[in-house]
Write a protein that binds this ligand. Structure first.
Ligand SMILES: Cc1cc2nc3c(=O)[nH]c(=O)nc-3n(C[C@H](O)[C@H](O)[C@H](O)COP(=O)(O)OP(=O)(O)OC[C@H]3O[C@@H](n4cnc5c(N)ncnc54)[C@H](O)[C@@H]3O)c2cc1C
Length: 415
């Protein structure tokens, strides 16, 4: 079975990439491989479902550029494909004086990144938007929204198929061998060949990079994000989304309240070191994943740097009262009995040899393979724009012929 190009990974980034490639190069014989029986089984369907606006990210970074542009593309895609979404806005709440400079710098970042409509609120303004939230100031982000990314991924998969792409689920890539002119791709569902390969493997990104002969310098460290859900009778405590001011040393946003598109209200996620990459319960451990953590020099350097934060996160994971106290800083009326556990997710976060959590997206193009090495949040929001960037990289790195049509179908339009 020979193809022009194989995409590994049926999460939102792999699907957006396949959708864009087929939109630009319609005759491409493209195969997408996904190891699970269902597409979008990992990060894409285990997240907060937030359409981020782009305020958090360093101006000029890939995260900033792709999030702002990607959020617009995502809204267009949802409109074109009838996917429920809502631009309900959110507030980021400062609860003490020490957080005010960080709140102001978020406003400045947002403006620098071109995020529209931002405004600072005092306690009264905050109460008008979120009557149960308390803070000394808040940043209102009207462009933030809600969407179900699994539904988005399903619509993308449908478009990939309609554009002539093939999708194999239940096909785990186990070995990649570079042979003259083509990759030999061994999978649990048989062997395939293609001259070009792009992997968007999320929690397995470092393993696929090494399999495809790429560098070994970053390792995926899994961080579990646990959630609680407000019981229906207490959903009135939150109208839309209430966030804390994040710690600028970490790429995580702090536990927050988000409304899902079905009306449920979730609180979380925390960020606890996970001992299994695709393990969603506290007790899940994988010897291979644990070994991969412990043998990475960057893991030990990260641990030395962040051990206090790590211990605090672990405490909040094991103690519901500690979790509730974090939430009460934002909404004092919330009580432990208002919250029931809800399914969590595991983030794929690349950590380098120095122990730094790789802050920006990392897309690495070689002559015959593109390695998508780090696409944590806001990559679901930004996925369509990331897919376009990967297609740009593929066009030049793989020397794909220029698109035949003068007027290309936009990836966002149904066709
Ligand atoms: C708790 C949490 C909350 C988040 N909240 C948000 C949010 O609100 N907004 C936002 O924009 N982003 C959010 N994110 C981030 C976002 O979900 C991810 O950045 C995004 O889903 C990444 O997509 P992906 O396709 O790279 O990864 P994934 O969805 O994990 O997909 C990777 C796929 O590759 C497959 N794969 C791996 N190895 C192989 C192999 N060997 N062979 C074949 N297939 C393979 C996997 O099975 C998987 O399906 C959140 C993430 C988490 C975990």
């Amino acid at each position: 079975m020979t193809y022009d190009l194989v995409v590994v990974g049926g999460g939102i980034v792999g699907l957006a990439t396949a959708m864009e490639l087929l939109g630009r190069w319609p005759p491409l014989r493209l195969l997408l491989l996904e190891k699970e029986p269902q597409l979008a089984s990992h990060q894409t369907s285990h997240n907060s479902g937030v359409l981020h606006s782009g305020i958090y990210y360093r101006p000029g970074s890939l995260k900033a550029r792709t999030c702002v542009a990607g959020a617009k593309l995502m809204v267009e895609f949802c409109r074109a494909h009838g996917i429920p979404h809502e631009l309900c806005g959110k507030v980021i709440v400062a609860t003490d004086e020490a957080e005010l400079p960080r709140l102001r710098s978020l406003l400045e970042r947002g403006i620098a990144n071109g995020v529209a409509g931002l405004s600072m609120l005092g306690p009264e303004g905050l109460r008008e938007l979120e009557p149960h939230a308390r803070g000394i100031a808040a940043l209102h982000v009207p462009g933030a929204g809600l969407v179900n990314y699994r539904a988005v991924a399903e619509a993308m998969a449908e478009l990939v198929r309609r554009r002539g792409g093939q999708i194999h689920t239940g096909a785990r890539v186990t070995r990649l061998a570079r042979q003259p002119g083509a990759w030999r791709i061994e999978t649990t569902a048989g062997e395939m060949a293609a001259p070009h390969l792009i992997h968007c493997a999320g929690l397995q990104a470092d393993r696929l990079t090494v399999m495809a002969g790429g560098p070994r310098d970053v390792r995926i460290i899994p961080f579990r994000g646990e959630y609680f859900e407000l019981i229906p009778s207490r959903r009135g405590l939150v109208r839309n989304m209430i966030y804390p001011v994040p710690d600028p040393a970490l790429p995580f946003l702090g536990v927050h309240f988000t409304r899902a598109i079905d009306g449920s209200i979730h609180a979380g996620p925390n960020a606890v070191l996970a001992l299994k990459r695709e393990g969603y319960r506290k007790q899940d451990i994988s010897a291979a994943d644990l070994g991969s953590l412990l043998t990475h020099p960057g893991f030990w350097r990260m641990t030395r740097r962040f051990w206090r934060t790590g211990m605090a996160e672990l405490h909040r994971s094991l103690s519901k009262p500690a979790f509730v106290r974090s939430l009460q800083r934002l909404v004092p009326e919330v009580r432990a009995e208002d919250l029931v556990p809800a399914p969590g997710g595991v983030r794929a976060q690349a950590v380098n040899l120095e122990g730094a959590l790789v802050d920006d997206f990392d897309l690495l193009a070689g002559q015959d393979a593109i390695h998508v090495r780090n696409v944590p949040s806001p990559a679901a929001t930004a996925s369509i724009r990331i897919g376009q960037m990967i297609a740009d990289l593929a066009g030049s790195a793989f020397a794909l012929a220029p698109p035949a049509l003068a007027e290309l179908p936009s990836a966002t339009h149904a066709q």
